[in-house]
Write a protein that binds this ligand. Structure first.
Ligand SMILES: [Zn+2]
Length: 504
C-alpha cells in the first residue's frame, strides 16, 4: 500500500530529533546517534523509489548498504539482554536505548527490506515491538522512556517525541507489510497516548506523560532516569524544546495515512472522520467516512464516482472486535474476520453507502505488579480526577498566555483499588455514550463514560511526588464501596489507569 496523499512522505524532510542532555554524549555516541537517524530517514527517501520498482538498482543497494554500515545495529541490540533492562534513576543517557531513536528505528528495517528483500528485515519491526512491550510496554500502546527505555512501571514516563515518531513508524509499517495489526497499534497510540500528553486546547504539552499520573508539578524529587524536574508539566517547552516542535507531526501524518492506495483501489488503514480523492481506471473517486469512532462502534462510508467503475475497497477489521459486520448499499449484513483486511469488490456508480460495525467488548489486562487496566475497543479507560491548574514560570520568556506553563493537582481522591470480576468484566463495568464534545479529547468532552466499583486504599500514597508503586498483592480495604467514573485515557490530563486489585 502507498499513502494516497503524496505530501504524506514528509519523512524525507523530517529531521526532527531530540536529545535532552547532549553534553553527556561522547563524540562516538553522537556519531552513532545521528547516523542512526540518518540511516532510517534516508531509507524513507529511497523507499518510494523501491516500491515503484521492487528490484532496486545495484546503485540503490550499494547506497543502502553504506547507510547500514554507518547506522546503528538494532538487530544485535534486540537479540541481547541489555535492552530488556530499565535505565536506572539518574542513569546513563544512551543513544541506543534512547526512546525517540527507538521509536524512529521501528520502521527502519522494514523500509530496508524494500531494497534488500531480506525476510529477517521485514519481520524485525514486529519482533522489536514485542520486546519493547514485554519489558517497557505501557497501557496506552507506547513504551516508556524518560528519556531512555525505563521499564513497565506506570509512573515512568514516555516522551512526546517518541509517541509521534512511533505513530509515523507504524504508518510506514502498514504501507510496507500490509499487516492490519500495525493499524490497531497506530489507533491505540493515536487515540490514547497522543491526545493525553497535551492540554485539550493544545497550547501546552508535556515532555513525559505517565500512565498513572496523579499530579504534574515541578518536582526535584522525581524518579525519571535522565529527564529533569519539569518533565511532566504542561507547558510551552517543559524540560527541552524538542517536543514543542515535534508534537505537530502527530495528527497531520495520522490523517495523511488513514487512506492508502492498494492496487487499483483504496484501503482504510485506520479510522477517523476523513475523506480522500483518487483516480482509477479513468474515474474520479471520493471516499468519505462519517463517524464518531473511536467513541462509537459504527462507521458510515460513502463512495462517490463520476462514472461506473470497478475497484477494490479494502477495509481494516480490528483484531479486538467480535461480531463485526459490513453492509454495502442495500445488501445484507456480512460478518467480517477480526484482524484482517476485508476486500470489497464492487461496481461503484454514483454514491454508494458502506456501513461498518465494530462491536467493542470490555477487556481487562494484568500489568506491572499485577495491576488491572480496562480497555474497550481502541480506548483505554482511566479514573476521572478533578483538576486544579496553577500557572508557573510566568517570568520565563515567551510564557505569556495562552502558551504558559502549568502545574496540575488533583481535587478528588485518586487512591482507589478496583472490584472486578476479571473473568466477566462486562458484569463489573458499564459504559454510557455521551455527546462527543467540541474538544473530544478533554475530560468534559469525553464521548464515553464508564462506571466501575472500587474502594479507597488509604495506604496507597504519594511517593517522590508521584503515585507510589501499585501494591503487588490484592489489597484489603474497610473503606466503603464507591462508584468510580472512568473516561478514555486520551481525554484525561491527570489519571490513574493501572489499578490495585481489592480482596472481596
Ligand atoms: Zn521531545
Amino acid at each position: 500500500m502507498t499513502a494516497v496523499i503524496r505530501a504524506s512522505w514528509p519523512g524525507s524532510r523530517n529531521t526532527s530529533h531530540c536529545f535532552s542532555e547532549p553534553m553527556n554524549m561522547s563524540q562516538i555516541q553522537r556519531r552513532q546517534f545521528l547516523a542512526g537517524i540518518a540511516g532510517g530517514a534516508t531509507t524513507i527517501v529511497l523507499s518510494p523509489l523501491s516500491s515503484a520498482k521492487p528490484a532496486a538498482s545495484p546503485l540503490g543497494r550499494r547506497f543502502k548498504s553504506g547507510l547500514a554500515e554507518q547506522g546503528f545495529d538494532y538487530m544485535t541490540l534486540y537479540g541481547g539482554e541489555d535492552v530488556t533492562q530499565p535505565t536506572p534513576r539518574r542513569g546513563l543517557w544512551r543513544s541506543d536505548k534512547h526512546v525517540v531513536n527507538t521509536a524512529m528505528a521501528i520502521k527502519t528495517y522494514a523500509l530496508s527490506w524494500r531494497l534488500t528483500r531480506r525476510e529477517t528485515e521485514r519481520t524485525f519491526p514486529a519482533r522489536m515491538l514485542e520486546i519493547l512491550d514485554r519489558y517497557h510496554g505501557q497501557a496506552n500502546g507506547m513504551f516508556s522512556g524518560d528519556e531512555c527505555l525505563s521499564g513497565k512501571s506506570p509512573t515512568q514516563g514516555t516522551e512526546l517525541c517518541a509517541v509521534v515518531e512511533t505513530m509515523y513508524s507504524l504508518e510506514h509499517l502498514i504501507s510496507v507489510t500490509g499487516d492490519p495489526a500495525f493499524g490497531d497499534r497506530l489507533e491505540r497510540i493515536a487515540f490514547n497516548a497522543l491526545p493525553a500528553t497535551f492540554a485539550p486546547d493544545m497550547w501546552s504539552h508535556q515532555y513525559d506523560q505517565q500512565v498513572n499520573q496523579v499530579q504534574c508539578t515541578i518536582n526535584p524529587d522525581h524518579m525519571w532516569a535522565t529527564n529533569g524536574p519539569e518533565s511532566n508539566l504542561y507547558g510551552l517547552e517543559p524540560n527541552y524544546g524538542c517536543c514543542a516542535a515535534n508534537m505537530h507531526q502527530g495528527w497531520p501524518k495520522f490523517v495523511a495515512h488513514l487512506w492508502m492506495r492498494e492496487g487499483e483501489g483504496i484501503a482504510a488503514t485506520a479510522y477517523a472522520p476523513s475523506s480522500a480523492r483518487f483516480e482509477t481506471r479513468g474515474a474520479q473517486v471520493r471516499v468519505a467516512l462519517d463517524t464518531d469512532y473511536p467513541f462509537r462502534e459504527t462507521l458510515t462510508l460513502t463512495v462517490t464516482t463520476d462514472k461506473a467503475v470497478r475497484f477494490p475497497l479494502v477495509l481494516r477489521v480490528p483484531a479486538w472486535t467480535e461480531g463485526a459486520t459490513i453492509r454495502v448499499a442495500d445488501g445484507s449484513a456480512k460478518r467480517l474476520k477480526p484482524g484482517s483486511f476485508h476486500k470489497v469488490e464492487h461496481q461503484w456508480q454514483g454514491t454508494v453507502e458502506v456501513d461498518l460495525c465494530f462491536p467493542m467488548k470490555v477487556k481487562t489486562s494484568r500489568r506491572y505488579n499485577g495491576a488491572l487496566a480496562i480497555e474497550r475497543g481502541p480506548l483505554v479507560y482511566s479514573l476521572k480526577l478533578g483538576e486544579n491548574w496553577t500557572r508557573v514560570n510566568a517570568d520565563k520568556p515567551h510564557r505569556e498566555l495562552p502558551h504558559g506553563d502549568f502545574e496540575v493537582r488533583p481535587t478528588t481522591p485518586w487512591n482507589y483499588g478496583l472490584l472486578m470480576d476479571e473473568a466477566k468484566p462486562e458484569t463489573s463495568v458499564t459504559f454510557d455514550e455521551q455527546p462527543v464534545g467540541e474538544r473530544p479529547f478533554s475530560p468534559e468532552g469525553a464521548g464515553v463514560v464508564a462506571k466501575v466499583k472500587g474502594r479507597k486504599l488509604p495506604g496507597w500514597k504519594l511517593e517522590h511526588g508521584w503515585a507510589a508503586e501499585v501494591p503487588h498483592e490484592p489489597q484489603s480495604s474497610k473503606e466503603p464501596i464507591e462508584e468510580l467514573t472512568l473516561i478514555p485515557y486520551g481525554c484525561t490530563n491527570i489519571r490513574v489507569t493501572e489499578f490495585p486489585r481489592i480482596k472481596e
